[in-house]
Write a protein that binds this ligand. Structure first.
Ligand code: WT7
Length: 653
């Protein structure tokens, strides 16, 4: 197998632990193994059945129109209103008193919104948007902190058929401006600020700067959150002035299944950000189905919390659209996990008796670093399913999560998907799958994904290569806003007829999928393609390591050599500074993966450079490893991290 390693990824990691579903969960699971068979027998009929979870004003004529690939149309001719599906129909069915959101502000203030409350708030906001001149088809930029007005604004747009473009509240004026310009937004919805790390953090000045430079914006609608003074502009209107006085009734009109619901810009490590376009019917059908299937969500009894920011796709699909379409009760939290103390998240879980929790590996590794004793102080016994998304989850982080948060009994579902896929694509089913730490396991029922080699041929079990999706899926992106050509080129050209996600993956001997990181990050060491993820996971499996990032640095002998950056665990003690420790780790990797994967160099660091969505920026670490001056740091969550790292490196010039 290793002879072919120029074409495929070396399959190094051997993980033998298995966690079958708890019996009671399996017995009453929303979805059983039969779903795979049903979907395999007739994929389109399967998706048509899932779309029946929604209320349609007009039934569709055709499930899928794929006559002009890669431009898909799902549920052709069907009409629905997304906001009606997320809110009104639950109220009409007598469930208006159910809580939609338990909202928790960072300073400790709270708001509870039932579905009936949400209906009134969304209707008022929809009426306000109409008064401000927003019409069906217009674009609205939303730049808000994690406060209830954020989902309310999104739903108000959906209700009247305006297309929203949510921009993460941590982005700069320039990032906001390019997104407003690209979508030609007429209205911006923002706030004076939000709370982060115990302090109010202003948003309005950023909007003023962005809007001054963007020609399309007519009005700015401002929510008062922190009470900070704002520099009032002619175009500004306060939310409490214009929304509060509106009628709380608004009749939702049906929109076409393919009506644009939202644009969300991917952070795009290079080039102009891509405006990923999602539409209505297929998107809502797949987010609702996957939320029901992957989290085993029981709307009558579960309390669900996804800790993401709504500014990312995870929040769009699994704080707003999926959970609300299913009538779920969710927690929504405004702030950071360590304010006012490092147990804040666990305190929230205990307070609301959260049953299903969905977070990211980067957060899990941070908690590992802070120490096991922190979650141990809280009653987390309500939890029954844990989810992970955003990056490959290292087996050790998976086991830590299951043990320390899930009391050693909850299934962990590692969910692979992307902004572009709109909804979860590859994941265990908590009542069906015997989970393997670190594996995303199988494509969900109705999803036709595979791992292929360089030539587009599926690799056999045990092989590695490129993750592709071979048939269209309901929540797929429809295009890049305003740039069909780039859509075709970016996603559908590497392997003809297949969607290429940009990720490396392998299939193990059972045919289960393991994600191995972005293919741009794969290292080529002495002729072997080695995944950064596997080496990082081997490092994290050492008891003294909390987090690791690995890059391939140019090497005169091996082509590339493995350089690792390691954050020790809080409990590791002082001996982690010396050469001894580095040697111990290098040997540990060699033992776990084989000598080929042994890092040339290990650097002990206090932090790792991450984007605001928590992804490690390996490009910057590569600059360090190759002794170059460090490149563009503007997308770093914390711009001081690279200084911290440089200071800590004895051996680097
Ligand atoms: C990229 C997409 C999907 C919401 C958050 C990220 C990586 C995501 C996993 C996972 C391995 C994962 C991939 C993917 N990724 N989830 N469970 N295992 N890798 O959305 O910002 O569009 O990023 O995140 O590399 O391509 P995004």
């Amino acid at each position: 197998m290793s002879e072919k390693s120029h074409e495929t990824l070396s399959n190094l990691l051997q993980e033998k632990r298995r966690f079958p579903p708890p019996a009671d969960l399996a017995e009453s699971a929303n979805v059983t193994a039969e779903a795979y068979d049903a979907a395999a027998a007739d994929r389109l009929a399967f998706w048509a059945e899932q779309a029946e979870r929604l209320s349609w004003s007009k039934p569709w004529d055709e499930v899928l129109d794929w006559s002009n690939p890669p431009f898909a149309k799902w549920f052709v001719g069907g009409e629905l209103n997304v906001a009606y599906n997320c809110v009104d129909r639950h109220v009409e069915a007598g469930r208006g008193d159910r809580v939609a959101y338990h909202w928790e502000g960072e300073p400790g203030d709270t708001r509870t919104l039932t579905y009936a409350d949400l209906q009134r708030e969304v209707n008022k906001a929809a009426n306000a948007l109409l008064e401000l001149g927003v019409r069906k088809g217009d674009r609205v930029a939303i730049y808000l902190p994690m406060i209830p007005e954020l989902p309310i604004s999104m739903l108000a747009c959906a209700r009247i058929g305006a297309t929203h473009s949510v921009v993460f509240g941590g982005f700069s004026a320039e990032a906001l401006r390019t997104r407003i310009d690209d979508a030609q937004a007429r209205l911006v919805i923002t706030a004076d600020g939000g709370y982060r790390r115990g302090k109010p953090s202003a948003l309005k000045p950023t909007v003023d700067e962005a809007v001054a430079a963007a020609g399309s914006v007519e009005r700015v609608l401002v929510v008062r959150r922190t009470g900070a003074e704002v520099d009032a502009q002619e175009r500004d209107v306060w939310w409490h002035d214009v929304v509060d006085r509106q009628s709380d009734e608004h009749e939702a009109q049906p929109h076409d299944a393919e009506h644009p619901l939202y644009i969300l810009y991917t952070s795009g490590t290079t080039g102009k950000p891509k405006g990923i376009l999602h539409t209505s019917g297929g998107y809502l059908a797949q987010t609702a189905y996957t939320h029901h299937a992957v989290f085993d969500l029981k709307p009558e009894t579960d309390v669900y919390w996804c800790s993401a920011d709504i500014g990312w796709v995870t929040g769009h699909s699994y704080i707003v659209y999926g959970p609300l379409a299913n009538g779920a009760t969710s927690v929504m939290y405004e702030g950071t996990p360590d304010t006012p103390h490092q147990g804040r998240w666990w305190e929230i879980i205990a307070k609301y008796k959260v049953t299903v929790f969905y977070t990211a590996p980067t957060a899990i590794r941070t908690f590992m670093k802070w120490g096991d004793d922190i979650p141990a102080r809280f009653d987390l016994s309500s939890l029954r399913v844990l989810g992970s998304v955003g990056e490959p989850i290292n087996p050790e982080a998976y086991v830590w999560y299951r043990e320390n948060i899930g009391a050693g009994k909850t299934p962990v579902v590692d969910t692979w998907w992307q902004t572009e896929t709109g909804a979860i694509m590859i994941s265990p089913l908590p009542g069906v799958t015997a989970g393997k730490p670190g594996a995303a396991m199988r494509p969900l029922p109705g999803i036709d994904a595979d791992v292929v080699d360089d030539t587009g041929t599926p690799v056999p079990d045990g092989g590695g290569g490129f993750l592709v999706v071979k048939s269209p899926w309901p929540s797929m992106l429809r295009t890049i806003w305003g740039d069909d050509e780039r859509y075709v080129k970016t996603y559908w050209s590497r392997f003809p007829g297949m969607y290429f996600a940009g990720d490396g993956a392998k299939k193990d001997e059972d045919g289960d999928f393991w994600l191995l990181g972005r293919v741009d990050d794969v290292m080529l060491v002495s002729g072997h393609n080695i995944s950064t993820t596997e080496v990082e996971s081997a490092l994290v499996s050492h008891p003294k390591v909390a987090e690791a990032a690995v890059v391939g640095a140019t090497d005169p002998v091996t082509g590339q050599a493995i350089v690792a950056f390691v954050i020790p665990r809080g409990s590791a003690g002082a001996e982690v500074e010396g050469d001894e420790f580095a040697k111990e780790l290098r040997d540990h990797v060699a033992r776990s993966l084989g000598p080929i994967a042994k890092p040339r160099q290990i650097m002990i660091v206090p932090e790792l450079p991450k984007t605001r969505s928590g992804k490690i920026m390996r490009r910057l670490l590569k600059d360090v490893a190759e002794n170059r001056s460090i490149g563009d740091v503007t997308t770093l969550a914390d711009s001081t991290v690279m200084d911290l790292i440089s200071q800590k490196l004895p051996g680097t010039k």
